[in-house]
Design a protein around this ligand. Structure first.
Ligand code: SAH
Length: 253
């Protein structure tokens, strides 16, 4: 009798803990299952794109992250049909949501591990920030155009990405209050690597940044800060990003 009661108590405790685990899980970002098949096929095409050459993305964490984020929720209403094509799309103010191939490649290059701190410059639609937030819960992102910053914030909240911390401002100076970062991902192309962003990299940190002249071919660079503070830079691919704006130029058409 006693052992039956103990067994019943154990069963009850197990059921209760399962219920608690479900309740905790339900607080995680909830992603609409809609268009999952289109998303799966887009990720497959994007991450094995010939454009990647030998560098095809095989990183499971990046693939899972891109399967999870509903890209159609990050593009303007009129663009939703095209959301799962492997192309950049306009998001207003002359800016674009990057091509999925580029998002996957940059995320893989940043080698983000769960729990690491990541700073993104150029929130734009918020898509890249959401992909990063699927991998780690410490993501900061800065956007210079006030309207895009506000729209991305609303969208990230609606989709449950509350862990992404955003602000409007010039990302040239980084976000020193939360530094150092294990990874910095820059999604607009400056003519040179902003020194404050290198300073805010942690030892062992990686920065992925397109560098070059506006509206011309730029180089996607991988900047690595070694444990002893030595900074190494390597050009990885030819790319074309929107220009990195500065201060008072922000918001210009
Ligand atoms: N990561 C974005 C891509 C947006 S395009 C996404 O996933 O949708 C690049 C963005 O960088 C644009 O929104 C542009 O306004 C922003 N940007 C340009 N210069 C900037 C700067 N100095 N600081 C912060 N954001 C900047």
């Amino acid at each position: 009798m006693r052992s039956i009661r103990t067994a019943a108590a154990t069963l009850l405790a197990t059921l209760l803990s399962l219920a608690t685990a479900r309740a905790v899980a339900s607080q995680q970002p909830q992603h609409p299952p809609e268009r999952a098949e289109e998303r799966r096929s887009m990720v497959e095409r994007a991450l094995t794109s010939p454009r990647l050459g030998d560098a095809r993305v095989t990183d499971e964490a990046v693939i899972d992250a891109m399967h999870a984020v509903p890209r159609h929720a990050f593009v303007p209403e009129g663009m939703r049909d095209a959301a799962y094509e492997n192309t950049p799309l306009p998001i207003g103010h002359g800016q674009t949501i990057s091509q999925p191939t580029i998002v996957g490649r940059m995320t893989a290059m940043a080698e983000v591990e769960p729990g690491e701190k990541v700073l993104e410059i150029g929130t734009g639609s918020g898509y890249q920030a959401a992909v990063l937030a699927e991998i780690t819960d410490s993501v900061w992102s800065i956007e210079i155009i006030p309207e895009l910053a506000a729209r991305a914030r609303t969208r990230l909240n609606r989709l449950g990405y509350d862990e992404v911390v955003t602000k409007q401002g010039d990302g040239y100076f980084g976000w020193p209050e939360h530094a150092p970062y294990d990874a910095v991902v820059v999604t607009a192309a400056p003519t040179h690597i902003p020194p404050p962003l290198v300073e805010q990299l942690a030892p062992g940190g990686r920065m992925v940044i397109p560098v070059g002249p506006p509206f011309r071919t730029q180089q996607l660079m991988l900047v690595r800060k070694e444990e002893d503070g030595t900074v190494r830079k390597r050009a990885v691919a030819a790319v074309r990003f929107v220009p990195f704006q500065r201060g008072e130029e922000a918001g210009a058409p």
